[in-house]
Design a protein around this ligand. Structure first.
Ligand SMILES: NC(=O)c1ccc[n+]([C@@H]2O[C@H](COP(=O)([O-])OP(=O)(O)OC[C@H]3O[C@@H](n4cnc5c(N)ncnc54)[C@H](OP(=O)(O)O)[C@@H]3O)[C@@H](O)[C@H]2O)c1
Length: 307
C-alpha cells in the first residue's frame, strides 16, 4: 500500500464536543467537502476508532459512504482478553462503516498481545481484516506481535505511535529504525500536537485543548521562529513544516483534518522535501524547548499487565 498521509477523525463529531474541546464545531457538510478535496488530492485513508469524536466519527463516515476510501480502525482492549471480544467489536465497526471487511485493523494497546492478535489473525484468514497493525507498542512488544502474526502466516503491517518534531522518543529508542529495517509502516499520530505545532500568529477560539497547551506554547518561541523561517523558504505553512518533517523521517503522518484547506495542505506537504540542515535546526529548537504536550507513551498506562 502506497500511503503518503492519513486523515485523522478524532476531532469529527457533535456540536458540544467540537465547541468545548476543539474550539469550534465544523458542520458535517464541511467535513464532506474535506473528503471530496481529499479524493481530488489522492488522499484516501481515514483513521478511526470507536471512541473518536465521542463515538460519532465512525457512524459519520459510514453515513458519508465508504466505497472509495481506505479504512483504518482499531480494537481497543480496555479490559483483559475474552474469547470473541475482537470479533464482536469488529462486527459493530463493520456495521458502522457499511462494509464487510476492514482495510487495516490495529490492536490499540499492548494488552494480552498474544490472545488479541491470535483472534485478529482468525479474522484476517476469514477475509474480514486485510492488514493488521499495532498501536502504542514499544519495541519488545512489536517484536512479540511480529512473531505471533508470522506464526499465523501474516506479516505485521504497521506500528501506529505518537511522533512529531517535539516527540521523537520512538526514533531515539530504535523503534522507528526497526520498522524501517523490517519493512513495517510507521504511522505517526498527533503530528501537529493537537494544534500546538500550527501557526502561533493565528488567533484561535477558546477550547479545553487550548487550556492544556497554551502555557507550553510560550516555551516554543525558538521552534516557531525556525518553523516560520523554513515555511517562508519553501513558501508553505507552519503546519506543513510539521507534516513534512514526519514524512522526511520516513513516517506516515496522521493529521486531524476537518476542513478542505487542511486536507489540501496535508496532501501537498507529503511532496515537500526538507533539507538535512532544516531538519537539524528544527530538532535542535524542539529539544531546547523541552516541551511535551502528550508524552510519547500517554496511552500506555491504559494497557493491562498480563494475568
Ligand atoms: N493510535 C492512537 O492511540 C492515537 C491517539 C491519538 C490520535 N490518533 C490519530 O491521530 C489523529 C491526529 O490527532 P489529532 O487530531 O488528535 O491531533 P493533530 O492532528 O495533532 O492536531 C489536530 C489539530 O490541528 C489542527 N489542524 C489540522 N490541520 C491543520 C492545518 N493545516 N492548519 C492549521 N491547523 C490544522 C486542527 O484544527 P481544527 O480546529 O480545524 O480541527 C486540530 O485542532 C487522530 O485524529 C487519530 O486519527 C491516534
Amino acid at each position: 500500500m502506497d500511503i503518503k498521509a492519513v486523515i485523522g477523525t478524532n476531532s469529527w463529531g457533535g456540536k458540544a464536543y467540537g465547541r468545548i474541546l476543539r474550539g469550534s464545531y465544523v458542520e458535517d457538510s464541511v467535513i464532506r467537502e474535506a473528503m471530496q478535496e481529499a479524493d481530488r488530492q489522492g488522499l484516501r485513508v481515514y483513521d478511526l476508532a470507536r471512541d473518536y469524536g465521542l463515538g460519532k466519527a465512525q457512524k459519520m463516515i459510514g453515513s458519508f459512504g465508504t466505497d472509495d476510501i481506505i479504512l483504518s480502525a482499531k480494537y481497543t482492549p480496555f479490559s483483559h482478553y475474552r474469547k470473541g471480544c475482537v470479533r464482536r467489536s469488529l462486527e459493530k465497526d463493520l456495521s458502522d462503516f457499511g462494509r464487510d471487511c476492514i482495510d487495516i485493523y490495529w490492536l490499540h494497546l499492548p494488552t494480552d498481545i498474544e490472545q488479541h492478535l491470535s483472534e485478529m489473525a482468525e479474522l484476517y484468514h476469514e477475509g474480514k481484516i486485510l492488514n493488521i497493525g499495532v498501536s502504542n507498542f514499544d519495541l519488545d512488544e512489536c517484536i512479540l506481535a511480529k512473531r505471533v502474526l508470522e506464526g499465523a502466516g501474516i506479516p505485521l503491517y504497521g506500528v501506529q505511535n505518537h511522533y512529531s518534531i517535539i516527540s521523537r522518543e520512538w526514533e531515539k529508542n530504535g523503534l522507528l529504525g526497526w520498522c524501517k529495517d523490517n519493512g513495517i509502516a510507521f504511522w505517526a499520530w498527533a503530528v501537529l500536537e493537537e494544534g500546538m505545532l500550527t501557526d502561533p500568529r493565528r488567533k484561535t477560539k477558546f477550547s479545553l485543548m487550548k487550556l492544556i497547551y497554551d502555557r507550553r506554547k510560550r516555551k516554543l518561541k525558538e521552534l516557531y521562529r525556525v518553523m516560520i523561517a523554513v515555511a517562508r523558504r519553501h513558501d508553505i505553512t507552519v503546519p506543513q513544516v510539521a507534516e513534512a518533517f514526519c514524512t522526511a523521517k520516513g513516517t506516515i503522518p496522521i493529521c486531524g483534518c476537518r476542513r478542505p484547506g487542511q486536507v489540501k495542505e496535508l496532501a501537498q506537504a507529503a511532496d515537500i522535501r526538507l533539507s538535512a540542515e532544516e531538519i537539524r535546526r528544527l530538532e535542535e529548537a524542539a529539544d531546547s524547548s523541552q516541551v511535551k504536550i502528550l508524552g510519547h507513551d500517554i496511552f500506555r498506562p491504559f494497557a493491562l499487565k498480563s494475568r
